[in-house]
Design a protein around this ligand. Structure first.
Ligand code: GTP
Length: 349
């Protein structure tokens, strides 16, 4: 392991007095990693809706000033903490630390913690936070599952930094969920498994559609292995010139009280979203169903617009984020503005 002063981004920080709550065992923590849009929230919801009988505390981190993921996590409002506007691996590490402490020192005991990292997060930095001596009596890192999008894993492969980040997310995990197998054929799956095998050894890979795997391989599995972490920290395939998420990615936010036309929005996102946008997601106010919230999901140009619950007492308001590199924010705003229901001139062709 490198000395701490050489790892300004990755070191856990000098918080060395262990926190202890008498009579409480360390709480197991599962870390969900994986690139933007791979299926982490899908997996989180599957776990939360599964039959495990655990009181789960959830930390969700979105990169961008609007945390859409927190709105897409199903049914654990009071135990969900949003970590917004940065990445828990670096920019908002203190928020992660504070939120963890808040969750784990509450009077009403949490049995399990799941952290969904943002899709741009460097996993090592987060792992080092969990391994801080301050938490050795408070939590136990149980496992790190990396979700991989079988369809999009090689998208933008020409961007070496992006590919290196995806590889690090896989390399620091103790299990890979090769997800979205419905979108690719068996040969492509073999190519991905070979690619992972060429760079990394002994990584368990489980194929899945919509992250549908048994809970038994996800929770309380005790898979985290410090020796594997140490080996990966020295693995020449994974070390490299790590940049912070905000150096590598730009975010764009959109908010509006005016309703969208579902049809215009879907068509625009499918046909006109710039290729430099890796991920776009949001909660949408639609003219066709004004009482109901809709979730907009786009990974590349693959798009889903799905109805959620009613707005209820919340004022209807669209909030969308996009993450990518080298796009023109003004152009993006114009594209979305053109999909508002009352806009008559729409350049979509
Ligand atoms: N076809 C298909 N779509 C999937 C599968 N799993 C997830 N999706 C869709 O992929 C999109 C992204 O899924 P999320 O679970 O939000 O991905 P994520 O990793 O949490 O995304 P970020 O948090 O933004 O990085 C959504 O539209 C999902 O419905 C799958 O196995 N097959």
């Amino acid at each position: 392991m490198k000395p701490e002063d050489e790892r300004p981004i990755l070191a856990p920080g000098p918080r060395l007095t262990p926190i202890e709550i008498p009579g409480r065992d360390p709480v197991p923590v599962t870390l969900l990693t994986g690139f933007l849009g791979a299926g982490k929230t899908t997996l989180l919801n599957r776990i939360l809706n599964g039959e495990h009988g655990l009181r789960v505390g959830v930390l969700v981190n979105d990169f961008g000033s609007i945390n859409i993921d927190a709105e897409l996590v199903e049914g654990v409002e009071e135990n969900t903490i949003n970590l917004t506007n940065g990445c828990v691996c670096c920019e908002i590490r203190d928020d992660l630390v504070n939120s963890l402490e808040q969750l784990l020192t509450r009077d009403d005991v949490i049995d399990y913690v799941i952290l969904e990292a943002s899709g741009v997060a460097e996993p090592e930095g987060i792992v080092m936070t969990f391994l801080n001596a301050r938490y050795e009596k408070l939590l136990r890192l149980d496992s790190i599952t990396c979700v991989v999008d079988a369809e999009a894993i090689f998208t933008h492969a020409e961007n070496e930094e992006l590919t290196a980040l995806k590889l690090r997310q896989i390399g620091f995990a103790d299990m890979v969920l090769l997800n979205k197998v419905d979108l690719v054929g068996p040969t492509h799956l073999e190519v991905i498994e070979d690619w992972i095998g060429q760079h990394l050894q002994r990584i368990r890979i489980v194929q899945a559609q919509r992250c549908d795997v048994p809970l038994e391989i996800l929770l309380a599995v005790g898979r985290f292995d410090p020796a594997h972490l140490e080996a990966q920290q020295q693995n020449p395939e994974l070390v490299g010139d790590q940049q912070t998420a905000s150096q590598l990615f730009s975010t764009w936010n959109y908010e509006s009280d005016q309703p969208f036309s579902i049809e215009k929005l879907e068509t625009m996102v499918r046909r006109q979203l710039p290729a430099s946008i890796y991920r776009c997601k949001g909660i949408v106010y639609c003219a066709e169903a004004p009482e109901q919230r809709h979730a907009l999901q786009a990974v590349g140009r693959r798009t889903e617009l799905t109805p959620l619950d009613d707005w209820g007492t919340r004022p209807p308001r669209t909030r969308i984020v996009a993450i990518g590199t080298g796009f023109d924010p003004g152009e993006l705003t114009e594209l979305f503005d053109n999909c508002l229901a009352e806009t008559t001139s729409n350049p979509i062709n």
